[in-house]
Design a protein around this ligand. Structure first.
Ligand code: C2O
Ligand code: CU
Length: 457
């Protein structure tokens, strides 16, 4: 009998898997390209979108703490792109910022990313070239770094939330770059998905315990994550364990880019509803829909223990330098003029160039970093939101702590939500040399002026 390779592969996956194992030296790839997915209910057409390795969201990249990530990024799009590894501590030249840390990757080009993963936690990856369009078309994926001893749970669920703006033909609306969006809350969509689905559905046994990693990959929408039929506890924010886990008594706000790790104990009995949802003004949008059936655990898992912390340098707040960052502009703001590339322009002139936001009176503070610090030095940034819109300020390559009015340092974060007319002081220890972006993660805001960098020397 002759066996063709085709029927061999189809008939004996186990053996084929062994035979087909890539040679050790073979490079793993991550390919940005185009694809199609049924995002809306079946009565609507499928959506043409942009993918990593053929899917949106892209594959969940899972590692163990201390592993090395190696991926050859291949750009099969018809515009240039890069990959930014959001929330990770890595060498500056691996940070994926075109024109700052690397040359952009043209269509057909490749770039090899390789770096160690010192911190366990929930992270994600997305393009940093025209991210306001590329993320909105589907380019994002989860990156999970597992603890050496993960907490005992029945399953570990990643929920990557995307906010799509779709037409009734199921097409992605082609209004990227709208100045109206940029000067307001950003490009808010009209269809939320979790892992590309209206909601992730799971069957669980009674009293099951799950770990859920919520990632806000929306371009602009602030999520408010709540639970029903469950007892949920926040164990980590932006990938970093909380010293003491916090019960989820009210929906937790997550700005674009932010993550929350929850330990979720199912309290609903069979036939009762159990959900994790996003709370919108007009009600909850389910993201994880749990159906309780099957046997109860024989023993409850007890109180939720904190996750083991990653190793971070201590803040030296006492003699730290402080710089101010004033966010200005947008609709209903008081900005009349700002500088752009050395020129002072009126808001109208700025708008003609697609710019509506400024930091400290400067649009795209690209030429001059906000601050230059030595590695090992603590920097405080006093942010004042002098605008009518919330902003989600993200720092690359570092986590910071928010400093309270009373001087106490909060949890480690990489994205801080700053309310309209609000303020937030952050402090962090500069680690690796290079230019690290600090920008609003409402991606249209970043593209229209809310972008600066911190230089570490
Ligand atoms: Cu998640 Cu500068 O980005
Ligand atoms: Cu913003």
């Amino acid at each position: 009998m002759t066996v063709s390779r085709r029927s061999f592969l189809a008939g004996s996956a186990g053996v084929a898997l062994t035979l087909g194992m890539p040679a050790r030296a073979e490079t793993e790839r991550l390919v940005a390209g185009k694809g199609v997915r049924q995002l809306l209910p079946d009565a609507y057409p499928a959506t043409s979108l942009w993918t990593y390795d053929g899917s949106s969201p892209g594959p969940v990249l899972r590692f163990r703490q201390g592993d090395r990530l190696r991926r050859r990024f291949e750009n099969a799009l018809d515009q240039s792109s890069t990959i930014h590894w959001h929330g990770l501590r890595l060498p500056n030249e691996m940070d994926g910022v075109p024109g700052v840390t690397q040359d952009t990757v043209p269509p057909g080009g490749t770039f090899d990313y390789a770096f160690d993963l010192p911190d366990a936690g929930t992270y994600w990856y997305h393009p940093h070239d025209r991210s306001w369009e590329q993320v909105g078309r589907g380019l994002s994926g989860a990156l999970i770094v597992e603890e050496p001893e993960p907490p005992e749970v029945d399953f570990d669920e990643v929920l990557l939330v995307q906010d799509w703006r779709l037409t009734e033909n199921g097409e992605i609306a082609e209004d990227f770059g709208s100045l109206h969006d940029r000067s307001h809350a950003g490009r808010i969509g009209n269809w939320l998905t979790a892992n590309g689905l209206a909601a992730v559905e799971r069957r669980v046994g009674r009293h099951a315990r799950l770990r859920v990693r919520v990632i806000n990959a929306a371009s602009a929408r602030i999520l408010r994550i709540g639970g029903e039929g469950v007892n949920a506890v926040i164990v980590a924010l932006d990938g970093q364990p909380l010293r003491s886990p916090e019960p989820l008594t009210a929906p937790v706000p997550l700005g674009p880019g932010a993550r929350a790790d929850l330990i979720v104990d199912v309290t609903a009995e069979g036939g009762e509803a159990a959900f994790l949802y996003h709370l919108e003004r007009d009600g909850g949008v389910p993201l994880l829909d749990l159906t309780v059936d099957g046997d109860a655990r024989t023993s409850r898992l007890g109180p939720v223990a904190p996750l083991a912390p990653n190793a971070w340098p201590d803040l030296a707040l006492g003699d730290a330098r402080a710089v101010d960052l004033r966010m200005e502009g947008g609709a209903m703001g008081g900005l009349s003029h700002a500088t752009l590339g050395g020129e002072t322009l009126s808001l109208r002139e700025l708008a003609a160039r697609g710019k509506v936001w400024a930091f400290n009176g400067a649009v795209d503070m690209h030429e001059r970093p906000l601050a230059e610090v030595r590695a090992g030095e603590t920097l405080r940034i006093r942010m004042v939101n002098d605008s009518a819109w919330p902003h989600a300020m993200h720092l690359h390559g570092h986590h910071f702590r928010q400093i309270g009015e009373d001087g106490t340092a909060g949890a480690l974060r990489d994205t801080a939500l700053v309310a309209p007319d609000g303020r937030a002081e952050i402090a962090f220890v500069a680690e690796r040399p290079g230019d690290w972006l600090l920008h609003c993660h409402m991606l249209g805001h970043a593209a229209s002026g809310m972008m600066t960098r911190v230089r570490v020397v």
